[in-house]
Design a protein around this ligand. Sequence first.
Ligand code: ADP
Length: 221
Amino acid sequence: MGSSNDSQVRLIVFGRQGAGKGTQASRLAQNHGIPHISTGDMLREAVREGTDFGKRAKEYMDAGQLLPDDVMLGLVSERLSRPDTSRGWLLDGFPRTAGQAEDLQGLVADGGITLAINLEVPEDVVVDRISSRRVCESCGTIYSVGDPSADSGKCAKCGGTVVQRDDDTEDAVRARLATYNEQTAPLLGWFEAQGLLANVDGVGSPDEVATRVGAAVDERL
Ligand code: ADP
C-alpha cells in the first residue's frame, strides 16, 4: 500500500445500493487525484474477461450475495499495493462486512483512514433509482432512463454499449438491500465511534450532493 505517509488521502464511501455512491466516489477521487477503487467494478471487469474467477464471482453477484471476505481481502490488498496509490485512494464497495473492516484496519495500520462518507438516501428512493439505472459496459459511466445514452444504448463518452446490470433486477436488488442493512450498515457505528464518519444527505442532484461531499472532506483535510 505504498509507503507510510501522513499526507495520503484515504477515503471510504458508504451508501446503500442506488445511493449514488459510484457517481460521487468517482468525482471525489478525481478531485483529489487518487484512484477510485470500486470492488464492484473490479469484479464486473473479471466477469467481462471471462476468467475462472470472474465466472465464480458472477454467481454470487447475480444472486445479490457477497463474495467471501478472504477473496475480497486478496483482491483489495493487491489493488492497494499498486504504485498509483502513492497519494492515497478512495474505496467504494469495501469494506462491506465486519470481517472486511477488520481486514482493512490491518492493511492501513500505518496511517489510518482519513474519512468515511455515508451517503444517506431513503430505501424507497433508491429502489426507484436502481430500476432506471443503466451503465456503459466499456467505461462504467452510469446513466438513467430518460438520458439519451441510456435510451439509445450508446455511451456519449466512449461509444460503448449502455446496458442494465444483470444484478439490477428487482429480486437481486432486494437481496442486496437486505444484505446492506444486515452486514454493512452496522459498520457505520464503528467508524462513527472513531470520529471518522461524515453523514451526507444524498438526496438531490449529483452536483448538489457533490458539493456536500466535497465540503465534508475539506473540513477534514
Ligand atoms: P451494489 O453496491 O449496487 O451492490 P457493487 O457494484 O458495489 O454494487 O457490487 C456488486 C456486487 O459485487 C455485490 O452485490 C457483491 O456480489 C459483489 N461485491 C462488491 N464488493 C464486495 C465486497 N466488498 N464484498 C463482497 N462482495 C462484493
